[in-house]
Design a protein around this ligand. Structure first.
Ligand code: RI2
Length: 333
């Protein structure tokens, strides 16, 4: 693609990598809060690298437009705006060459820190797992799996009960990753979770966002699992790097829950079978597909981060340290 063919956003040139990344995040080719943040930072670096801006102001405008496009892809995982904010705040310099260098360096630092944070939190989380423990997982979280990986590295025998996680069945990815670690896996349908909780020592999940009051926003079904786990006396452990902390919730904002396409739940053929007509033609059949839910802090035992383990009600202390009072979105200025 030549420079003149490139898609533009409000007259600003957007690099093809940014377009591709935005599309892949929206379609969930790239998914998982940490992977989304990593890809977004890489896309901003690609934008900086590809930029043909002829002034510092034009360069900054390009980066803001790229960040805005990435931001619009999915609303719930705060790791995405946190990544964009981190990279844009590191843009420094009065000329294009310096701006380019600082932006790329900042994106690289973000990606390195992300990986290191996951390793560190994995070691913290592993301390909660004893030799012979069984964890029950929901969806696919690389932060949660890092805890199991570190426990296995420590020589502990860990087994897993893996919920398949409708509608997209990301539990299959979890089962694959765990088997690669040598962890024995029992795969169950979501509806079997309560029955199998009696065999589990921990519920271990990730998070897309953590609110200042300690609420955990994670894949739909997490809150029901946590309520059942509490009733069964099984501790709920949330593995979440600090980039999952949602700064806006410190000032009273709520986290938007993404509603995804109904065809993830009911494909066209199944829809036809039920209604006899095409999707959208029977106004009385409504299919809802929320991607996430909110687990209140009283149903969570510990949030494990790279800064240590927190009771959910104390996570706000970490958030104050990390974010101070600033929660502005630099791509909107
Ligand atoms: P890591 C995923 O969301 C799941 O809800 C998972 O628990 C969370 O992101 C965190 O994943 P989705 O992108 O960052 O599959 O721990 O909708 O990998």
């Amino acid at each position: 693609m030549t420079t003149t063919d490139r898609p533009t956003d409000g007259g600003v040139e957007i690099a093809p990598t940014v377009e591709d990344t935005a599309r892949d995040i929206a379609s969930m080719e790239i998914r998982g809060a940490a992977a989304i943040a990593d890809a977004a930072a890489a896309a901003l670096a690609a934008q900086a690298d590809a930029s043909s801006a002829d002034s510092a102001a034009a360069f900054r405008a390009e980066l803001r437009a790229a960040a805005s496009q990435l931001y619009e892809t999915r609303p719930t995982a705060v790791s995405l705006p946190n990544a964009l904010r981190y990279v844009l705040r590191g843009m420094e310099g009065g000329d294009v060459a310096t701006l380019r260098r600082s932006t790329i360096r900042r994106a690289e630092a973000f990606r390195r820190d992300l990986e290191a944070a996951q390793d560190t939190l994995g070691r913290v989380g592993a301390n909660r797992l004893r030799d012979g423990d069984v964890v029950m997982t929901h969806c696919h979280s690389t932060d949660a799996l890092a805890c199991v990986a570190a426990a296995v590295e420590d020589g502990k025998h860990v087994e897993a009960i893996v919920k398949e996680t409708r509608p997209r069945q990301q539990g299959h990815i979890t089962a694959r990753d765990l088997r690669e670690m040598g962890v024995p896996v029992t795969l169950i349908v979501d509806n079997a979770a309560r029955r199998y909780l009696d065999d589990a020592d921990h519920v271990l999940v990730g998070a897309d966002s953590i609110a200042a009051d300690g609420s955990v926003i994670n894949k739909i079904g997490t809150s029901g699992l946590a309520v059942n786990a509490r009733e069964r006396g099984v501790p709920v452990m949330v593995a979440a790097q600090s980039i999952k902390c949602h700064p806006d919730t410190m000032t009273g904002h709520t986290v938007e829950i993404e509603m995804r396409d109904e065809r993830e739940v009911l494909d066209v053929a199944a829809h036809r079978e039920i209604t006899g007509v095409e999707p959208g033609e029977d106004a009385e059949l409504v299919v809802e597909n929320p991607a996430f839910d909110v687990t209140p802090p009283r149903h969570v035992d510990a949030i494990v981060t790279e800064h240590g383990q927190y009771p959910p009600e104390s996570i706000v202390m970490l958030m104050r340290e990390l974010f101070g009072e600033t929660t502005s979105d630099p791509w909107q200025t």
